[in-house]
Design a protein around this ligand. Sequence first.
Ligand SMILES: [Zn+2]
Length: 259
Amino acid sequence: MNHDLEKVDFSKALNNIQHISAENYQCSLCHDTGWVIKDDIANPCACRKQGYLARRKQNAGITPALLQYRFEGFNIGFYADYLQSSSGSTYRQLAEKTLATAKHFAATAAKDQARRGLLLEGDVGVGKTFLAAAIANYLIEHDIDVLFLVVPEFLDQLRYSYQENSNLNESAIIDRVRQIPVLILDDLGAHNFSPWMRNIIFSLINYRLNNMLPCVITTNLSLQEMNEAIGDRTVSRIIEICEIHRLLAEKDIRLSKFK
Ligand SMILES: [Zn+2]
């Protein structure tokens, strides 16, 4: 009899301890050890994979705001089905086609079979960055290395690496950008591109063309404006390595989300 009581007390106490401790752990499965013991074998906990993915996304340049951009969240309803582009497609048809192409690119690149990337054109706030980030998130979750670069920030970083006392190594940065399996260049837009910047962009694009490495590029410039900004020899190579898709929206989607 006494024995039974002791047992009951013991399990109650244990429950209490577990209850109290569980609140202090971020992962209730492994209690933050990273390991789950099953049949006397230690297996890596699922939270490890999440932490690993989070670190990889951070290294890929995916900011917290970009993490939430996923194909499932791309809202076709934002694109008017009563407005037409000059080609005769409705805004919605263009968005549907672009979404399908972006998904297809991601699925192909996840199998390391994508040779041709995407050039996403359109005004500010039409969903170009959304799709580029959705591609990046998908690929990292499928174990493909991606680099998401916001072009003006990247060029600033490079310029900074030239300065003395900088511990950034310019050639190491460029090598990584050249060789990354999938490169995303966001916002290749109007910018005062110096001859030095034009050369950097040309050499990147040219390297990727020669090595059949895909790029996803977003821009709010037309091809003609791009020619003026970065030079036609770079643009002609971009056209060679990218399928061009245009997104049109009646108004800035980011702004209309708040209304
Ligand atoms: Zn865990």
